[in-house]
Design a protein around this ligand. Structure first.
Ligand code: M6R
Length: 608
């Protein structure tokens, strides 16, 4: 999604802004731009495509100044063209960058046109800058004009705005889209996330919904939605700074796949003992575990798949009903909330607009409490949820979620066991599960050892146009996740089915051109799944089987076998995810796609 960087300093800010944009590239975008404010006025460069195209313009035509705003745009209103790229201007007086969507942009545009404003882009953003310009006719102070204008906007926004002739400050604001203030020495910053500013500061202030902030070189003044000045705490960034370094790897995605043993261990650390789940990991308020009678899980994309696995665990271990729903559906329907229901959100970023909207809606619906399982401690989701369990995966840069998913599953397993313990799970069974979890990082490491073999499998796979993923039980959501990963980064059309559904329709697709990826752990469903595979083999389908040795499956004509470590059945969804991540990665590399920033996608989906 769009990314914002803004700086006021005593030095030239163009390099800081460009480095900030490069650090935001992972969020997904299709054009970029910068406006620099100096004594002569506000000047800008904009470019379609990668930030490199913008850098090229800077090299050809350098811009110097001590105040600037910059933007990566992920197109919503209007194609990715230079005219639609931010910053947008009102005359030559004001320049503005925006992340979010202005829902009432059409009536506002009509009003502004009637007042004589000329629009140069198709964006919803351009109305904001003209609105502020118009407000300044009656209220010449930029801060007050911004406050008055924002009150007229419906939708979500984070903005940065600079004014010609004002070389002492710039204004930023957020409502519904993320924005963080970076605090420096005689220089201050804003950005869509902390990673964009780690080259200049590690001190951050998280803005609340509706905050407007005035930034000068030596001061950050924050006003809340009512216009009252507010003090907000400064936090020091404590993520590992090499999150933004690919190290020995060609892509962030591969680095993040290989980090999984380490980050799963970090997710378990302090949350389980030798024999128990430590409920203190839910904070002082873990009393909800005793009261909960139902669980509603709401999330999007990969996080939703993690939620689907948790449904199997919770219903199996705790015997409590659990529903799982995508946030974009949940937020627009009338929800019946049974007594004592836990509302559980899952999100890597903690900034996904649909998930946040679902949480805000849920808070009005009488849930027992709200719990966020999230990877970003400073995110809006964490700040707005009553309880949090952090996944501790470290910053994930690749758009395709990998380590964030397996740590979500780890955190969900901890949660499922904690709830189950209050609902009759024996101490003996708890100990067995916890001991299995302690071996998880080692098994994930073992699963990674198949990398070279999977690379060969990928060579065979890369010319395919379609793929069908099959699994049963907890392997069904993993099949969904495998198919999502494949389509996201290799652009191969892929679908996933519970294997038992094959004969109810999708079997019609099976012929020698349709690869079938089957997830076959050695568990209670093995014989049933083997029958499903027979149905495929009988129709000439090419089977890519991911199974452990005990299944007695192996490579033969039309079967390409990949070994997955044999683990306790509770761990199967996590361990079986690893080869599917590797398969998608290698297929994408063979196909030459942009692995870390696949087309049309964004890392942090901050618009609806
Ligand atoms: O940050 P979130 O976990 O809330 O994001 C939800 C989805 O946008 C995300 O999981 C998406 O599906 C990933 N690109 C999948 O790889």
């Amino acid at each position: 999604m769009c990314g914002i960087v803004g700086v006021i300093a005593c030095r030239n800010v163009s390099k800081i802004l460009i480095e900030g944009l490069s650090r935001l590239e992972y969020r997904g975008y299709d054009s970029s731009g910068i406006a620099i404010n100096n004594e002569d006025g506000v000047y800008s460069h904009r470019a379609v495509g990668k930030v490199q195209a913008l850098k090229d313009k800077f090299e050809a035509y350098p811009l110097d100044g001590k105040i600037g705003i910059a933007h990566t745009r992920w197109a919503t209103h209007g194609k990715p063209t230079e005219a639609n790229a931010h910053p947008h201007f009102s005359g030559d007086d004001l320049a503005l960058v925006h992340n979010g969507i202005i829902e009432n942009h059409e009536p506002l545009r009509r009003e502004l046109k009637a007042k004589g404003y000329e629009f140069k882009s198709e964006t919803d953003t351009e109305v904001i800058v003209h609105l502020i310009h118009d407000a300044m006719k009656s209220q010449p102070d930029l801060l007050k004009a911004v406050q008055a204008s924002l009150a007229k906007l419906e939708g979500a926004f984070a903005i940065g705005v600079v004014q010609k002739d004002d070389n002492e400050r710039f204004i930023a604001a957020r409502k519904g889209s993320p924005l963080v203030v970076g605090v420096g020495i005689e220089e201050n910053f804003v950005a869509s996330d902390q990673l964009a500013l780690l080259h200049v500061t590690d001190q951050f202030i998280f803005l609340e919904e509706g905050d407007v902030v005035e930034l000068s070189r030596d001061q950050v003044t924050i006003y809340d939605a009512k216009g009252e000045p507010q003090e907000r705490p400064i936090s020091v960034f404590n993520h590992n700074i090499d999150a933004t370094d690919k190290g020995e790897y060609r892509h962030y995605m591969m680095k993040e796949i290989y980090e999984q043993p380490k980050v799963i261990a970090a997710c378990l650390d302090g949350r389980i003992s030798e024999t128990k789940v430590l409920t203190s990991c839910f904070g002082a308020d873990s009393g909800f575990l005793k009261e909960v009678e139902n669980i509603h899980i709401v999330a999007c994309g990969t996080s939703y798949h993690a939620g689907m696995v948790a449904k199997y665990w919770i219903e199996d271990l705790a015997g409590l009903p659990c529903t799982v729903e995508v946030a974009s559906e949940y937020r627009y329907r009338k929800v019946a909330v049974p007594k004592n229901t836990l509302f559980l959100t899952l999100s890597q970023s903690g900034e996904t607009a649909d998930t946040l909207a679902a949480l805000r809606m849920a808070k009005e619906l009488g849930y027992l409490t709200t719990l966020a399982i999230c990877n970003v401690p400073s995110s809006t989701l964490v700040r707005e949820s009553a309880l949090t369990l952090l996944t501790n995966a470290g910053a994930e840069i690749g758009v395709a979620s990998t380590k964030a998913f397996t740590t979500q599953l780890t955190a969900l397993l901890i949660t499922s066991i904690a709830i189950a313990v209050e609902n009759g799970l024996s101490a003996e069974k708890e100990k067995e599960l916890v001991q299995a979890m302690r071996s998880l990082p080692a098994y994930v490491d073992l699963a990674l050892k198949e990398d070279a073999h999977i690379k060969n499998v990928a060579d065979r796979f890369a010319n395919k146009h379609n793929a069908l993923f099959l699994g049963r039980g907890t392997m069904f959501p993993i099949a969904l996740e495998g198919s999502l990963k494949l389509k996201e980064i290799s652009y191969i059309h892929a679908e996933a089915y519970p294997a038992g559904e094959l004969k109810h329709g999708p079997l019609a697709l099976v012929d020698e051109n349709m690869p079938i990826i089957a997830l076959v752990p050695h568990n209670d469903m093995l014989d049933k799944l083997k029958s499903n595979l027979q149905e495929v083999a009988a129709r000439g389908g090419e089977l890519y089987v991911f199974a452990d040795k005990d299944t007695d499956l192996h490579s033969e004509e039309n079967i390409i076998f990949t070994e997955v470590p044999k683990v306790d059945s509770i761990l199967e969804p996590i361990v079986h995810t690893i080869p599917l991540q590797l398969l998608s990665y290698h297929v994408a590399v063979v196909k030459g796609t942009d692995v870390d920033q696949p087309r049309n996608l964004a890392k942090s989906v901050t618009v609806e």
